[in-house]
Design a binder for this molecule. Structure first.
Ligand code: MLT
Length: 264
């Protein structure tokens, strides 16, 4: 469905009934990366999966934005949908937005699920790479994101065993609007460091990573989990970066167990 907030239209999936579970996608993707989670958790939860502004079917904007803008959109969306408190799962870039949400509206968040994400900001080299990627996007369109990212998102096992999934993820990327991806790259390049807030997180937390993730390797995921009081740490075997898509059953079981134990 389409929801009008902050002078633009977001495309939002809103399915099921029960405690609210918000799924924030990564780059260069949209809510479709959560298809298996939406289908699984809609039987027990109200699952909200928006496309962030400028990505998927959501309207973009003409001016530059930062990570906080995505979080402001989410807060406005929760207001519009009448949701007071929510469990938030943030995958990679979605995790950066989750940290911004924690800064801006901590009282709205009942538990957090950090998926293949990190709390630190970019190095100078990382920022340089993003500026270069932005230039490629402007010159060659979304196919440059597909070319740069597809092989990093999926493990060798997935590439070998699930060629249809590889094609599907590739077309999700290919269908993105280049300028929306440029805005996302720039927002990520200049996102604030969130490491100083980790020790003060009080809500139930699980941190999930992929055994072979080269974008955010297991060592970083483990360090993130150990910086958050009482956070659970789990790695999913035979996955790279895109764990919820590569091993949906393993992912859903972990998340379901976590939500059950947190009585959510
Ligand atoms: C993502 O999966 O959202 C991106 O790889 C995150 C990033 O580029 O830092």
């Amino acid at each position: 469905m389409q929801v009008r907030i902050n002078r633009l239209t977001l495309d939002v999936t809103d399915k099921g009934q029960g405690p609210a579970l918000l799924l924030l996608h990564g780059y260069p993707l949209d809510h479709r990366m959560w298809e298996a989670q939406i289908e699984f958790f809609r039987h027990t939860h109200r699952v909200i999966a928006p496309d962030l502004r400028g990505m998927g079917q959501s309207e973009g904007c003409s001016t530059n934005i930062n990570i906080d803008q995505y979080a402001d959109d989410i807060i406005a969306l929760l207001d519009e949908l009448g949701i007071n408190r929510v469990t938030v799962a943030g995958f990679s870039m979605g995790g950066y937005v989750l940290f911004a949400l924690l800064r801006k509206a901590p009282s709205r968040i009942s538990a957090i699920v950090l998926v293949n994400t990190r709390a630190d900001s970019d190095t100078l080299e990382g920022q340089r790479n993003r500026l270069e990627a932005s230039q490629h996007l402007l010159e060659h369109g979304a196919s440059s994101a597909r070319q740069a990212m597809l092989s990093k998102l999926l493990s060798d096992t997935t590439v070998h065993d699930q060629p249809q999934l590889v094609d599907q993820v590739g077309s999700w990327m290919q269908e993105q609007t280049p300028i929306g991806l440029v805005h996302a790259q720039l927002a990520m390049a200049f996102r604030p460091d969130s490491t100083s807030m980790l020790a003060s997180i009080k809500v139930p937390t699980i941190v999930i990573g992929g055994e072979h993730d080269k974008i955010i390797p297991p060592a970083l995921i483990k360090q993130l989990a150990s910086s958050i009081p009482n956070a659970k740490y789990r790695l999913i075997a035979e996955t790279a970066h895109l764990t919820p898509v590569e091993k949906p059953d393993a992912f859903n079981n972990l998340l379901s167990d976590f939500l059950g134990k947190a009585h959510i």
